[in-house]
Unconditional design. Structure first.
Length: 135
């Protein structure tokens, strides 16, 4: 399995409805996390990670993160009503190719994802900032 850098996006893009998007613009059934070796399934991406952390469903730009899998992936996720106004609407970047044990790499993963998905980052009502400490 490769450690080539990639940033997937899960959430709404042009209209309500949450899908996993790959960098080529494929989404839904064509972009499945397991095709990339991503360790999280769609249920976890679709609010599950935020729910597990008991993060209140109040969009504020606060980005939460976790890591997992081999090679290591970094999940960067937040509540998001910028396209889909319904409660429990969230977004997330799922990034491979950064080492979360190295100082600055989690922030670098977010920077990489923002550069890969400028439409997602630029439409946010609140700036994307980490909700807690980042190594």
């Amino acid at each position: 399995m490769t450690t080539e850098r990639i940033a997937l996006y899960f959430g709404a893009r042009e209209r309500a409805g949450h899908y996993l998007w790959d960098p080529t613009g494929r989404y839904g059934l064509l972009a499945r996390p397991e095709l990339y070796g991503c360790p999280w399934d769609l249920a976890l991406m679709d609010g599950g990670l935020l729910g597990n952390r008991k993060v209140p469903d109040e969009p504020d730009g606060g980005v939460h993160w976790t890591c997992g899998g081999h090679p290591i992936w970094i999940a960067l996720f937040w509540w998001d009503r910028s396209v889909d106004q319904r409660p429990a609407s969230n977004s997330g970047f799922y990034v491979r190719g950064f080492d979360p044990l190295v100082a600055g790499q989690v922030s670098a993963a977010l920077d990489y994802a923002v550069a890969a998905w400028p439409d997602v980052a630029s439409r946010q009502v609140f700036p994307l900032t980490f909700a807690g400490e980042v190594p």
